[in-house]
Ligand binder design. Structure first.
Ligand code: MRU
Length: 371
């Protein structure tokens, strides 16, 4: 996507060929800061502290983290230790496991001397694959947007509500839920986005709003509790969100608060779509509520807020009484029954096991469900 008119990705190999560049997403939208990752420990820290975040980008950063580890120690023990360290950085997004386990399986059989070069090649391929997947999700979801626009009689604007940031900052490029928004805007559809602020870390207010602004997409930031009211008053034509892990029966884990938007959408008859890259499907799980691990983060993310002062300085202030504990659940699970459809790189399907298997038939044999 473009920043100040210049195309860029959210992660890249630096010109030295042995370090990796990312944007510090904790500084956006107030400061545009590039950070160089030179060691696996720095890559792990970037994921844990959310310099980089979003399920696909976490996976890509971890893959490069493994490359950085192999520069120092390409032995069996070194590979295993780096894999374990990076895998433990965040618990909910399954892309992290997908990327690291895939790299490990490909690299472990190789002689240590060949591992590093192959790791860089695979990490780059993984990034290119992410871009292609997201573009394809965008094209499939664009058809849903066009249908909604027709249904509306092409009057006014197409109002889309999204939660958190599932844009290019959360992926290598394009984003998942935001990909169709960019394509629709570029195709001349008068799309307008309601951007949930997404407390406590404000990925909507800070990142989605910034991305959409860079691309010139009309949008309005709303408090997290507003979406239901807008839906009740016919001010939302469709919702589309990303996901960190979707089970084989279509239960969707995404940023905390997604479930409440899906409930409101169900009650008001607003379509609720989930943009789902295949690496985000956890085929080993069925019941999302029981089986998906939900990350809990520091209470200070809730009890403190950072922002820009009129002077331009960034300040952090406390908003809760010092003695009040805070519980910071970072994700929730939206049951499949509340999801109108899943949009994958292979097309659109119902949020059911059968629906998903119809798009990924190669999984049937693996699941032992016949052909
Ligand atoms: O905690 P975060 O910011 O990593 O959470 C990100 C989300 O919940 C996104 O919606 C999800 O990763 C999908 S990104 C395409």
């Amino acid at each position: 996507m473009k920043v100040n008119g210049h195309p860029m990705r959210s992660i890249w190999v630096e010109s030295d060929g042995v370090s990796v560049g990312v944007l510090d997403q904790t500084r956006l939208p107030h400061a545009f800061v590039k950070v160089r990752l030179s060691t696996a420990e720095e890559a792990a820290h970037a994921i844990r502290s959310m310099l980089v975040r979003g399920a696909p980008l976490i996976g890509a950063t971890a893959a490069y983290g493994l490359c950085l580890a192999l520069r120092v120690d390409a032995s069996d023990a070194g590979l295993k230790a780096a894999h374990a360290m990076l895998r433990a950085t965040r618990p909910t997004a399954v892309n992290l496991h997908w990327a690291l386990d895939g790299m490990l399986a490909a690299l472990a059989p190789l002689p240590p001397a060949e591992r590093e070069a192959e790791a860089w090649r695979r990490a780059a391929a993984l990034c290119d694959e992410d871009v292609a997947i997201n573009r394809s999700i965008g094209e499939h979801a664009l058809k849903l947007f066009q249908a909604a626009w027709e249904k509306k009689g092409k009057q006014g604007r197409l109002n889309v509500l999204t939660h958190c940031n599932a844009g290019w900052l959360a992926t290598v490029d394009w984003g998942t839920a935001l990909a169709p928004i960019y394509l629709a805007h570029d195709a001349g559809l008068p799309v307008h986005v309601w951007v949930d602020e997404t407390r406590p870390r404000n990925q909507g207010a800070g990142l989605t709003a910034w991305e959409l602004g860079q691309h010139g997409v009309p949008h309005t930031v709303i408090a997290d509790n507003v979406g239901g009211h807008l839906m009740q008053h016919g001010m939302v034509d469709l919702c589309i969100v990303g996901t960190d892990r979707t089970t084989a029966q279509g239960d969707v884990a995404n940023k905390i608060g997604t479930y409440l938007k899906a409930l409101a959408a169900k009650d008001t008859g607003v379509p609720f779509y989930v943009a789902l890259p295949s690496p985000t499907i956890d085929w080993t799980l069925r019941d999302g509520l029981k089986e998906i691990p939900i990350e809990q983060r520091e209470g200070t993310e809730l009890s403190e807020v950072s922002g820009r002062l009129p002077s331009g300085d960034i300040a952090t202030v406390r908003i809760t009484p010092p003695s009040s504990p805070a519980a910071n659940y970072a994700f929730d699970v939206t049951p499949a029954r509340l999801v109108t459809a899943l949009v994958t790189e292979r097309g659109v399907c119902p949020a059911t096991e059968e629906g998903m298997l119809s798009l990924f038939p190669e999984r049937r044999a693996a699941r032992g469900t016949g052909s």
